[in-house]
Design a protein around this ligand. Structure first.
Ligand code: G1P
Length: 277
């Protein structure tokens, strides 16, 4: 079964400069909680216990966040403020955190391959923390995908419909609808221009991957933008066997840019924070 979740978190976050000059973009808060913590909570709520984080230079705050801060905790012990750290503390106590560094930025596929020593030879999940996914009505997106994995036992990407003029921002799939919201992928293109896009079904930052993906990535040549793309490795997997695309239930905010970030902040403030969640 799936036990581990990989978080590629080495990127520079250039769309958020200067905020991300000395601070990891994954530490940007949505109201009072950093993006990486929402991502880890989604994985934990899906039953995953082992968090594998691919970091890079200047990302030490991520490791410190999932560690005890004795001085701070001593200061606030017995005060009203203690409750603000309870959620983080619980994650530290119930999950393990392992880190490796991506030394050169050569794309998402390369970042995932850098995490191989932390994952080993087992299926795993991947979460891109700047895609914040929330489902207040039921299971989180990763939990929905894990249910699907139990049935199909193959790699799965989460997808959502996007306007046609937005396809250049995403990996885009085409496939055969096999049941409601589930496609068997037969084509996959990284960031196509609208006229080259096989559909308007865009991959968002949630993946379940079987471990044969690592050898496929290692064999993948740089693609779009000169980077090693997970989309290209997944396309090979789809040709050799099966990859599914799943239209998830819930909301997704692109927190890598100002507009999605502000939408996420307003949503979380109104729906979660004001309700004490
Ligand atoms: C990456 C993937 C892309 C996917 C996107 C989802 O792109 O390469 O296929 O659609 O994440 O957020 P990035 O946004 O890192 O450029």
């Amino acid at each position: 079964m799936i036990r581990k979740c990989l978080f590629p978190a080495a990127g520079y976050g250039t769309r958020f400069l200067p905020a991300t000059k000395a601070m990891p973009k994954e530490m940007l808060p949505i109201v009072n909680k950093p993006l990486i913590q929402y991502a880890v909570e989604e994985a934990r709520d899906a039953g995953l216990q082992h968090m594998a984080i691919v970091t890079g230079r200047g990302k030490r705050a991520l490791e410190d966040h999932f560690d005890i801060s004795y001085e701070l905790e001593h200061q606030i012990r017995g005060t009203e403020k203690e409750k603000f750290l309870a959620g983080t503390r619980e994650l530290i106590e119930t999950c393990t955190f392992a880190y490796t560094r991506q030394v050169e930025m050569k794309g998402l596929g390369h970042a995932i391959l850098s995490g191989r020593p932390l994952i080993g030879d087992e299926p795993f999940a991947v979460v891109l923390a700047d895609d914040l996914c929330l489902n207040l009505q039921g299971d989180g997106v990763l939990a929905q995908m894990i249910k699907l994995y139990k049935k199909f036992r193959c790699s799965i990407v989460a997808i959502q419909e996007v306007p046609h003029d937005q396809t250049h921002k995403y990996g885009v799939i085409a496939g055969e609808l096999i049941s409601e919201g589930i496609y068997r992928v037969n084509s996959m293109v990284e960031k196509p221009a609208p006229e080259d896009a096989p559909s308007n079904l865009a991959i968002i930052g949630r993946y379940i991957l079987t471990p044969d993906i690592f050898d496929l990535i290692a064999d993948t040549q740089p693609g779009k933008g000169g980077e090693i793309q997970i989309t290209d490795a997944l396309m090979k997997q789809a040709q050799n066997g099966c990859v599914l695309a799943y239209k998830f239930e819930g909301l997704r905010f692109d927190c890598g840019g100002a507009e999605g970030y502000i939408d996420a902040t307003n949503f979380c403030y109104e729906q979660l924070y004001l309700n004490g969640l």
